[in-house]
Write a protein that binds this ligand. Structure first.
Ligand SMILES: NC(=O)c1ccc[n+]([C@@H]2O[C@H](COP(=O)([O-])OP(=O)(O)OC[C@H]3O[C@@H](n4cnc5c(N)ncnc54)[C@H](OP(=O)(O)O)[C@@H]3O)[C@@H](O)[C@H]2O)c1
Length: 60
């Protein structure tokens, strides 16, 4: 599927299953909003991985 020019908001995407879903969307062209609860560091790593794929990310 093509998610170019789309923005995905994935709750609980700092780590675990949410992270895998976030990376999937990014690999298919979406920019991704990363959401986490308490653990900021894993969410920063997720965001870096998304940016390495050439997509934008926002952490919230
Ligand atoms: N059906 C199945 O076979 C199966 C298998 C595995 C998992 N699950 C379920 O899938 C979900 C994800 O599991 P997971 O192992 O990937 O990770 P998880 O421990 O549920 O955490 C994943 C994400 O959710 C955030 N989070 C945790 N508690 C939260 C809360 N109270 N409010 C808002 N965000 C919260 C975490 O943020 P922080 O990093 O900041 O904590 C993290 O970004 C869980 O509900 C789990 O029970 C189901």
């Amino acid at each position: 599927m093509d998610f170019n020019n789309k923005i995905a908001l994935i709750t609980g995407s700092g780590r675990g299953i949410g992270k895998a879903i976030a990376l999937h969307f990014a690999r298919h062209g979406a920019d991704v909003i990363i959401n986490f609860f308490r653990n900021r560091a894993p969410s920063e790593e997720t965001a870096r991985e998304i940016e390495k794929l050439g997509r934008r990310s926002l952490r919230t």
